[in-house]
Ligand binder design. Structure first.
Ligand code: AMP
Length: 378
């Protein structure tokens, strides 16, 4: 059985999982990279810790049984529409995309460079968060602004969380036995995004040029009148960096009620807290709007799939967001929903509603092996 090491090198952490098929052999995380007092001064040191932890678990990085390393890369722009075997040229192209993801792509690249130094002989594959969404039509991808300017600066909608949407849409279609079906995926974690998927192809997704667009998230505002940004700058006297922080890190549920963890919001809700009440209703209203929008994009819907920390665990979010949609054939069974069943719609409902735990690492490993076998065949 092929062994794949999946590396997710973020700006301040490296997460890893070693898989043999779907079996997890080892996993872990090195965090606080670069922080004062952290043993991992940089990504090089962090990956050395990963190598030591793997060796201690009996799976040294130098093992001949390791088939490949799969790297999560956040932004593939329009350059990378599928997982790609990493070469010097590929690294250069990922570097060129840094302006589109200035925090993420450099961290992803740091992980790739160190891993290539540690195992130069091993095939390594980049799996892009944006790639699954590369099939959205020009109508869905284009912002209605000056076209020449947009093209020159690569301003368009890319979408993110692609490996999760790919995995969950496939698993959801399988769960209801409709492999060629229409799926709405609601990935609700700390970040959140929705997608409309038809026969495995993504037709639209809620995140845009950056992960800020779309649903209300833990700390991101999601959709906003762009003139608010101008108003904040001109009238509020805020700098671009301050607005960035306001919308990306102090927005969403945190901005609305001071808590970005849905568990805490739900506790306050139960106690009748009005701020939590408003935050929760803004969150669910936005979600319902996207379900309606993607229903229209798809024409018919076979399954709505909830995933991510909130989507997998919050029966209240699932029930509230989908309430009142009976006329669309969407009816959640309260008992199944609260019990945490995989299928939570009523038996007669036209649209199935499913809870599908996401597994981005498994999907990255799967896509990595696909690239390796394609390369070997080619
Ligand atoms: P993720 O980014 O997918 O790991 O999701 C993280 C988020 O899931 C946390 O910020 C929580 O808000 C949410 N979460 C985790 N467990 C629960 C739960 N039992 N009920 C509601 N929300 C949850």
């Amino acid at each position: 059985m092929s062994r794949v090491l999946v590396l997710n090198s973020g700006s301040s952490s490296v997460k890893y999982r070693l898989l043999s098929g779907a079996e997890r052999l080892a996993s872990g995380m090195v965090d606080r990279i670069g922080e004062a007092g952290s043993p991992a001064a940089d990504h090089g040191a962090a990956l050395k810790t990963v190598a030591t932890e793997l060796a201690d678990a009996g799976f040294g990085l130098d093992s001949p049984e390791l088939t490949a390393i799969g790297h999560r890369v956040v932004h593939g722009g329009t350059t990378f529409t599928e997982p790609t075997l990493i070469t010097e040229e590929v690294i250069k192209k990922i570097e060129e995309l840094v302006p589109l993801a200035p925090l993420h792509n450099p961290a992803n690249l740091a992980g790739i460079e160190v891993a290539r130094r540690l195992r130069p002989d091993l095939p390594q594959v980049a799996v892009f968060d944006t790639a699954f969404h590369s099939t959205i039509s020009p109508a869905a991808a284009t912002y209605a602004i000056d076209r020449e300017l947009a093209e020159r600066l690569s301003i368009r909608r890319y979408g993110f969380h692609g490996t999760s949407h790919a995995y969950v849409s496939r698993e959801a279609a399988r769960a209801v036995d409709r492999p060629m079906g229409n799926v709405i995926v609601l990935h609700l974690g700390n970040g959140a995004s929705a997608s409309a998927v038809s026969a495995g192809r993504c037709l639209d997704t809620s995140m845009g040029m950056t992960p800020l667009e779309g649903l209300v998230m833990g700390t991101r505002s999601g959709d906003l009148d762009p003139a608010v940004v101008l108003y904040l700058e001109r009238t509020g006297g805020m700098s671009p960096d301050e607005i960035d922080t306001l919308l990306n890190r102090h927005g969403g549920m945190l901005g609305l009620c001071g808590d970005n963890d849905m568990r805490a919001v739900e506790k306050r809700l139960a106690a009748g807290d009005p701020d939590a009440q408003l935050a929760f209703s803004v969150y669910c209203h936005r979600l319902r709007k996207y379900v309606g929008a993607y229903y229209a994009v798809l024409g018919t819907v076979d399954v709505i799939a909830f995933t991510g920390g909130v989507g997998e665990n919050s029966s209240l979010v699932r029930e509230t967001a989908l309430a009142g949609l009976e006329a669309l054939g969407i009816v959640v069974d309260p008992v199944r929903n609260r019990r945490g069943d995989r299928l939570i719609s009523t038996d007669g409902a036209a649209v199935r509603v499913a809870v599908i735990p996401t597994d981005e690492e498994l999907e990255i490993a799967r896509q990595t092996l696909e690239v390796i076998s394609r390369t070997n065949r080619g």
